[in-house]
Design a protein around this ligand. Sequence first.
Ligand code: PLP
Length: 371
Amino acid sequence: MMNVPFVDFSQQHKIVKEEVDRGLKEVFEKGSFILGPQVKSFEENFAKYCESKYGIGVNSGTDALYLALGALHVGPGDEVILPSFTFIATALCVSYTGAKPVFVDVEDETYNMDSKKLEAAITKKTKVIMPVHLYGQAGNIEEICAIAKKHGITVVEDAAQAHGARYQGKRIGSLGKVSCFSFYPTKGLGGFGDGGMIVTSDDDVNTLARMLRDYGRTGRYDHKIKGFNSRLDTVQAVVLDAKLKYLDEWNAMRNKMGVYYCELLKNVDGVIAPKMKEGRTHTFQTFAVRILKNRDQVVDKLKEKGVSALIHYPIPIHLQEAYKDAGYKRGDLPVSERISDEILSLPMFPHITKEQVEYVCESLKEVVKKI
Ligand SMILES: *Cc1c(COP(=O)(O)O)cnc(C)c1O
C-alpha cells in the first residue's frame, strides 16, 4: 500500500528555504513586522505578475473580498451576485457589508458561475457580480464582464483559487475591476499562515482599500474613514515573494499531473474527470472529480487504501444553516446541489509523482467498481 497525502509541500519548502531563512533573519533583525518594505515589494511583484497595477496586502482572502467591496461602497440595500457552489467566505464577505447575497447556479462542466443564468438574477439593486474561478480554472469571465458592463455593474473576481491562471492569454487578476486572492497555506500560492491580496488597476479602489486595511489612515494619527486592521504580515510577504518566483513552474507541474489524472480517469464508469475549457489554463489548485454513486463511501474506502480525499464542498451555501435567512430551499439551484453530492477532491500538489497519481487512480477504479 502507498500513502498519498492530500497535499505535501515539503519539496516546495526545500526549494525556497534558503531565501526564506535569509529574508526572515532580516525581518527579525530590523523588526519591521508590520507593513515592512518586504510587503511593498511583494505587493508590487504580485500585482505585476497578475498584469495589474496595484496590490494591497491584507490579512486573508476573506478580508480581501470584504475590503474590496468596502472600497466599492457596497452596503445595505445593495445586492451582490455570486455562485452558491464555492467556499462560504465568498458569501460571508457580502453579508459583512450588509448587502444581500444573490446566488446563481453554476455550469455543469466547469462548476463556475453560469453566465447564461446571470441576467435573470440582476435587479436595480445589483451593485457587484462576483464570479469565483473555482479549483484553478477561470470562469466565463469575458461574458460575465460584458453582461456587467451592459447593466453598469462592477465585477469583483474571487480569485482565491486561481493564482496564475489565464483566460484567453490574460492573467486572472487583470480581468475584473478588482480581484481578490488568498494566501492560505494550501492555496496555489500559500504562506506560512493567513494572508490575502486585493489586486486592481483602479486608482480610487487602490487608495480606499489601502486606507481600509490600515485603520482608515492618511497619516500616522490622521484617520479619514473608519477602517480596519487587516494587513499582510512582513513575515508572510517574505515567504510569498520567495515562492512567487516558482509559481509558474509549479502551476505547470500541477497542470501536467492534472492532465495525466484526466487521461487515466477518462473511461472509468461512474467517475467524471474535470473538463479543461479551450483558451483557459487550469492550474488545478484542486483536482476534483465527480463520483456518480455513493461518494461518501468512496472517501472512506480510499482512506483504507492510504489515499486522502476531501470534499470541496459538500453543502452549497444557499443550503447552509448560516444562510437560512436568505430564503432559499433545496431545488432552487439544482446544478450546485447535484455537484455538491458528487464532487470529490483527489491528492494534488506540484510535486505529486506519476506513481502517486497512478496509485490514486487504480485505487479509485477498484473502489468505484465494488461500491
Ligand atoms: C480560500 C477562499 C477564500 C477565503 O480565503 P481565506 O484566506 O481563507 O480567508 C475565499 N474564496 C474562495 C473561493 C476560497 O477558496
